[in-house]
Design a protein around this ligand. Structure first.
Ligand code: PEP
Ligand code: MN
Length: 443
C-alpha cells in the first residue's frame, strides 16, 4: 500500500490546518520527525485492533478518556499519574460491576492539536489567530504567542514520548496493582457519595484478592494493565512524518499513537484526513455528529476499511442529549443493515457544551449522563451493542462541568477552571459517571 506524499495530501485539501509562514522551517520540522523512533509499535496497534473487534462483537467495552487538549505544561508526573488513576479506577468500576473486559485507551500522549470553529479570537477589540492547541501556537493572547510555529510539532513528539513513557511504567511496572487502586481515592471516600460506593467495590475486590492469595492464585493481570494511547489525527505534517512501514507486515502504521481518530470537522470523504488514514493499518475512530446521514457513515466505512478488517473502525457518536434518541436509531439501523460492523462508542461531551452566563464554556453533568442513557436505550432497542464511552476528563478536582454528586454550580466554575479548551469532568464526576454506566451495562 503506497502512502500519498504530504504534497499529495495538501493538494487534496485539508480542513483545520495551521498556516506556517516559514515553509523551510515547516519542512525541517517534518524531516526531524521522520527520523524519530516510533512512539508505539505496530504489533501493539494490532493487539488493540483485536480488542476493538471484541467490542464490535459485543464482548468488551471501550473506555477512552483524557483532556480535551493536553498542554506542554501539563507534562508532569502528577498530572499524568492523576489522569491514569482516574481512568484505571473507572475501568475497575466498570469491569467489576458489569463483568465485561474493559479496553483502556487514554486520550493522551499526542492530543495537542484542536480544530476550532473560528480562525480568530477577539478580545477587547483586538483580533488574533485562535489558539489551536500547543501543537500549533501558544495560549497567551499576544501576537507572538499566536504565531503558528512548526517547531511545536517536534515538541509534541517529545512531550508525547515523556507521557507515554510514564504511562507505560505506571501501567506495567507494578504501580497499577489492583491492591493499590483501592488506596488511590481514599482521600475523597469520606466526603463523597461516590466515594462510599467506590470504597464498597474496593473492599469486595480486596476480599476476592485475599481469597485468590489464600488458594495460591496470583495472575499477571493483577499487577499490570493493558493501556493504549490515542489522539485526533489533525495535523497532517505530524501524522504523516510518523507514518512508517512496519517491517513485519510491510504495512504503514501511524506510530504516533495506538489509535487515532478523525474529528467531526475533518471527516470529509474526499478530504486529506480520510485519505491519509485510509492508508494506515492502526485501528481508527471517526466522530459522527447529528448531521451524519447513514450514507455518509457507510461511505466513510467503505473508504477507510474496504477489506472489512474487524476492529478497524470505531464510530464515536456525539449527538447531544437532546438529539440522540431521535437521530441515532436511524443511523445505527441503516449502517447495521448495510452489513457494516463497527464499535459504537458514545462521546457525551461534544454535543452538550454551552456557555454559562459568566462566560465559562461548560457542560451539565446530567446532560452527559442523559446522552449516555439515550445511547444505551437506542442500542438496546435495536439489539446492537453500546460499545464504549469517550470522555474528556482529568484526575484533578477542577470545576469545569456543572452538576454531579457534589452539585457544582455555575458560580463554582471560577474556583478551578483550568482547561484551555473544552470543560472536563473532574475526578469525582468521572467516577460517578463510571458507576452510572456500570449500572447501565449490567442491565
Ligand atoms: C474533540 O474530541 O475534542 C473534538 C473536537 O470533537 P469533535 O470532533 O467530535 O467535535
Ligand atoms: Mn474537546
Amino acid at each position: 500500500m503506497s502512502i500519498p506524499s504530504l504534497d499529495d495530501l495538501r493538494a487534496i485539501g485539508a480542513a483545520q490546518q495551521p498556516t506556517y509562514a516559514d515553509v523551510a522551517a515547516r519542512d525541517a520540522a517534518v524531516e526531524t520527525l521522520r527520523k524519530m523512533p516510533p512512539l508505539v509499535f505496530a504489533g501493539e496497534c494490532d493487539d488493540l485492533r483485536e480488542r476493538l473487534a471484541a467490542v464490535s462483537r459485543g464482548e468488551a467495552f471501550l473506555l477512552q478518556g483524557g483532556d480535551c487538549a493536553e498542554t506542554f505544561e501539563g507534562v508532569t508526573a502528577e498530572n499524568v499519574r492523576n489522569k491514569l488513576r482516574v481512568l484505571l479506577s473507572m475501568a475497575v468500576v466498570l469491569t467489576y460491576a458489569a463483568s465485561v473486559p474493559v479496553v483502556k485507551v487514554g486520550r493522551l500522549a499526542g492530543q495537542y492539536a484542536k480544530p476550532r470553529s473560528s480562525d480568530t479570537e477577539t478580545r477587547d477589540g483586538v483580533t488574533l489567530p485562535a489558539y489551536r492547541g500547543d501543537a500549533v501556537n501558544g495560549f497567551d493572547f499576544t501576537p507572538e504567542s499566536r504565531v503558528h510555529d512548526p517547531q511545536r510539532l517536534v515538541d509534541v513528539y517529545h512531550a508525547s514520548s515523556a507521557t507515554l513513557n510514564l504511562a507505560r511504567a505506571f501501567t506495567t511496572g507494578g504501580y497499577a496493582d489492583l491492591r493499590q487502586m483501592h488506596a488511590w481515592n481514599t482521600d475523597f471516600v469520606k466526603r463523597s457519595p461516590v466515594g462510599v460506593s467506590y470504597e464498597r467495590i474496593g473492599a469486595e475486590i480486596d476480599r476476592a484478592l485475599a481469597f485468590m492469595d489464600a488458594i495460591g492464585v496470583d495472575p499477571d493481570e493483577f499487577h499490570s494493565v493493558d493501556f493504549y494511547s490515542s489522539h485526533e489525527a489533525l495535523i497532517l505534517e505530524y501524522e504523516h512524518a510518523l507514518t512508517r512501514i512496519d517491517s513485519r507486515t510491510e504495512l504503514p502504521y501511524d506510530v504516533s499513537g495506538h489509535f487515532v481518530w478523525i474529528g467531526e470537522r475533518t471527516r470529509q470523504l474526499d478530504g486529506a484526513h480520510v485519505e491519509l488514514l485510509s492508508h494506515i493499518a492502526n485501528p481508527i475512530g471517526v466522530k459522527l455528529g447529528p448531521t451524519t446521514t447513514p450514507d455518509d457513515a457507510i461511505a466513510l466505512y467503505e473508504k477507510l476499511n474496504p477489506e472489512r478488517v474487524p476492529g478497524r473502525i470505531t464510530f464515536v457518536t456525539r449527538f447531544g442529549a437532546g438529539k440522540i434518541r431521535d437521530l441515532l436509531p436511524h443511523l445505527v439501523e441503516k449502517v447495521t443493515a448495510a452489513g457494516v460492523e463497527v464499535a459504537w462508542v458514545c462521546d457525551p461531551m461534544h454535543g452538550n457544551t454551552f456557555e454559562a452566563e459568566s462566560g465559562y464554556k461548560t457542560r451539565e453533568f446530567d446532560d452527559v449522563v442523559d446522552e449516555v442513557r439515550g445511547f444505551f436505550e437506542v442500542h438496546h432497542s435495536l439489539g446492537t451493542w453500546p460499545g464504549g464511552l469517550h470522555v474528556e476528563l482529568t484526575g484533578d478536582d477542577v470545576t469545569e462541568c456543572v452538576g454531579g454528586g457534589a452539585k457544582l454550580s455555575a458560580a463554582d466554575l471560577s474556583h478551578r477552571y483550568e482547561t484551555l479548551c473544552d470543560p472536563r469532568l473532574n475526578r469525582e464526576q468521572s467516577l460517578e459517571l463510571a458507576f452510572l454506566v456500570a449500572e447501565m451495562l449490567s442491565k
